[in-house]
Design a binder for this molecule. Structure first.
Ligand code: AP5
Length: 212
């Protein structure tokens, strides 16, 4: 299966991609994660991307497209956070046509903006194992500490409310037009992201029923 997960910041793309990867044995290609790893290790790509990310703006299309095309080697994958603009979607379509690997489906997570803001205010990632958690909605057993490995929980730099609001605006301006783009291609499946993690996973699985 070749899937795209799209949705506003905080909709649960990363969380649900993890479940789909395990369930269907797919590669997980998350552009935000690739950028954050590059920022952390101080590469040229990371230095270039960091100012855009900190402001809640998109990294320029040509940079993202080049990076994703290089990562697209697997037969089955979940793209998480890409494409985010029409030019990115056209570049992906061209690349997949050239390699005769059409998309199976585009899963669009829908969520009320205020719920997304609340989720992101409480999001923390483990600095050791990378596990994503939420200190408001599902507090860890020991404050500031990962329940899985004991690592330190950290907040993402772009999760302050001002930047989150800007990221939501950017989503509406640049990414929402993709819903029409993929509906016209018969690939779009809308999935309500308001519910427990397990409920949302089951909705995604139901939306993929019959797909291979
Ligand atoms: P990216 O990392 O992709 O961020 P995003 O799209 O803003 O999405 P998030 O990671 O914030 O949210 P998510 O939907 O994955 O939610 P999560 O599962 O973590 O991109 C960051 C930046 O990189 C961009 O702003 C841009 O600058 C750049 N970038 C990346 N891709 C790019 C591209 N293609 N082009 C240009 N620039 C690009 O969940 C959020 C929280 O909610 C967590 O705490 C989680 O535990 C909780 N949660 C999840 N599901 C549930 C549930 N069902 N119920 C309750 N809580 C839940």
């Amino acid at each position: 299966m070749r899937l795209v997960l799209v949705g506003p910041p905080g909709a649960g793309k990363g969380t649900q991609a993890g479940h789909l990867v395990k369930r269907y044995g797919l590669a997980h290609i998350a552009t935000g994660d690739i950028f954050r790893a590059n920022v952390q290790s101080g590469t040229e790509l990371g230095r270039m991307a960091s100012s855009y990310m900190a402001a809640g703006e998109l990294v320029p299309d040509e940079v993202v497209v080049r990076m994703v095309v290089e990562a697209l080697a697997s037969e089955g994958f979940v793209l998480d956070g890409f494409p985010r603009t029409i030019p990115q979607a056209l570049a992906l379509e061209k690349e997949l046509e050239a390699t005769q690997r059409p998309l199976t489906a585009v899963l669009a997570l829908t969520l009320d903006e205020e719920i997304a803001v609340k989720r992101l205010a409480g999001r923390r990632a483990c600095s050791s194992c990378g596990r994503i958690t939420n200190v408001e909605l599902d507090p860890p057993r020991t404050e500031g500490t990962c329940d899985s490995c004991g690592g330190r929980l950290v907040r993402r730099d772009d999760d302050d409310e001002v930047t989150v609001r800007r990221r939501l605006e950017v989503y509406q301006e640049s990414t929402e037009p993709l819903l029409t783009f993929y509906a016209e291609r018969g690939l779009l499946r809308l999935v309500d992201a308001d519910g427990s993690e397990e409920e949302v996973t089951e909705r995604l699985v139901a939306a993929l029923a019959g797909s291979r």
